[in-house]
Design a protein around this ligand. Structure first.
Ligand SMILES: *[C@@H]1O[C@H](CO)[C@@H](O)[C@H](O)[C@H]1NC(C)=O
Length: 219
């Protein structure tokens, strides 16, 4: 990949909105995503404007985007598992493929009713970096930046901007570690647990065409 002209400031913004579902006219989940795990536990509602993932004792479920993204701003509204969500994890992440993959993670660790979720974020980057520096990775929740991952490729630290990634989300049981370090177990009498997704928007995301990025500017 060639270096972009230094005047181009390209930003990498991943944004996530965890809030109540609203009636939506945005992206269609049938069109943009495939169910890849727990097929009978993922459900399309409202003609594909809402997607739900379910978890019961048998298994969780998950989806992945059809498109791959190099960078851009991607929105998703997620309604996390309500009530007693202890032991469950709702993971929302981007990941590329292969042995040296890049990955950008949000993981919402459930809790008993009334106690706070924990949000874990993580970044894996194994894609080899080179000289470009004007890329930024911010994690947003409810429009509030909660984490910035600085590009330090000039110090030899890899940065996840070289490998296109798909969007994934999974809802799964992790009661061996998720809630208070595994002390609180999933209460299966509450199953199925449900997370809902809506208002997906990738209008400002860039796909695979590496050349396009040199002409676009994000702030
Ligand atoms: C759940 O609530 C307890 C008590 O407030 C807290 O210690 C814990 O960090 C919370 N979150 C998780 C995921 O365990």
């Amino acid at each position: 990949m060639a270096s972009p002209p230094s005047s181009v400031a390209a930003g990498l913004l991943i944004s996530i909105l965890a809030s109540l579902l609203m009636v939506s006219s945005a992206g269609n989940f049938h069109q943009d995503f495939d169910i890849v795990w727990g097929y009978n536990k993922a459900k399309f509602l409202n003609y594909g404007q809402v997607l739900t993932l379910n978890l019961d004792k048998e298994s969780g479920s998950g989806f992945q985007s059809k498109n791959e993204y190099l960078f851009g701003k991607i929105d998703m509204q997620i309604k996390l598992v309500p009530g007693n969500s202890a032991g469950t994890v709702t993971a929302y992440y981007l990941s590329s493929k292969g042995a040296n993959w890049d990955e950008i993670d949000f993981e919402f660790l459930g809790n008993v009713t009334g106690e706070p979720y924990i949000l874990h974020t993580n970044v894996f980057c194994q894609g080899k970096g080179n000289r470009e520096q004007q890329f930024y990775l911010c994690f947003y929740v409810d429009d509030i930046p909660i984490r910035e991952f600085e590009n330090m490729e000039s110090y030899g630290i890899p940065f996840p901007k070289h490998q296109p990634m798909r969007i994934y989300s999974t809802l799964w049981n992790a009661d061996d570690w998720a809630t208070r370090g595994g002390l609180v177990k999933t209460d299966w009498s509450q199953a199925p647990f449900t997370a809902s997704y809506t208002n997906f928007n990738d209008d400002n995301a860039l796909y695979l065409d590496l050349w396009t990025i040199f002409f676009l500017r994000f702030k």
